[in-house]
Design a protein around this ligand. Structure first.
Ligand SMILES: Nc1ncnc2c1ncn2[C@@H]1O[C@H](COP(=O)(O)OP(=O)(O)O)[C@@H](O)[C@H]1O
Ligand SMILES: [Mg+2]
Length: 200
């Protein structure tokens, strides 16, 4: 079941209208770049999708029982836990056996180029590895919708390229993802583009 926006618009109190009439269907398994200049309302629209914010116009339609998961810019993990643990934990929480969870977690780590780092502790990971691990953990959590806000904004070019490669891998995972970005390489790593600049 897709996640839908119906004629969504928003205006913060005392501010001007950021966007209006946004009609969009985020299809299952799609990876969508949410683009637009700084201040165009990308983070605001993510908050609407997360149902943290009721838009001043229109509505967001999520399937019943939908779970929305944010992947934060600053990777937060458990310093002493292994990379593998970070990915198998949500799978265990979903009821998989330890063996099945670890097998599936290894597949996911492999997809994000982290298989060799499976037993490394979180604190031993590089910035790019930690960021990729957060995406891997998000996929393992199997949310209805995964939201990522400016994943490369604070990264050097090499680390950003690593993260953009990982974003390119998201499309094969079946996870529905929205990535707010003003990085052209991040946009190009996504399958669809929602340009907020078209809804002013
Ligand atoms: N909680 C808020 N209250 C009032 N204004 C806000 C709030 N959050 C963002 N804004 C304003 O909304 C505009 C769009 O912000 P934002 O959604 O963060 O844009 P983007 O993520 O595209 O850079 C900005 O002018 C910002 O100052
Ligand atoms: Mg923003």
């Amino acid at each position: 079941m897709s996640v839908n926006l119906h004629a969504v618009g928003h205006r913060w109190p005392g501010g001007t209208e950021l966007f209006r009439g946004v009609d969009w269907a985020f299809e299952d398994g799609s990876v969508t770049a949410l683009v637009g200049p700084s201040g165009s309302g990308k983070s605001t629209l993510l908050a609407v999708l997360a149902r943290m914010l009721v838009p001043t116009a229109g509505a967001v339609e999520l399937p019943t029982g939908a779970e929305v998961l944010w992947v934060f810019q600053n990777p937060h993990g458990v310093a002493r836990r292994s990379a593998l643990d970070h990915v198998s934990l949500p799978l265990l929480a979903r009821g998989l056996t330890r063996r099945a969870a670890d097998d599936r977690a290894m597949e996911i780590l492999e997809r994000f180029g982290l298989a060799r780092r499976a037993s490394a502790r979180f604190r031993e990971l590089s910035g790019g590895e930690a960021q990729r691990l957060m995406l891997a953990r998000g996929v393992a959590s199997a949310p209805t919708l995964m939201l990522v806000d400016e994943p490369t904004a604070q990264l050097d070019r090499a680390t950003a390229a690593e993260v953009n490669d990982a974003i390119g891998e998201l499309g094969a995972t079946g996870t529905t993802v929205v990535v707010a970005t003003h990085d052209d390489a991040t946009r190009d790593a996504c399958g669809d583009v929602l340009d907020l600049g078209r809804f002013r």
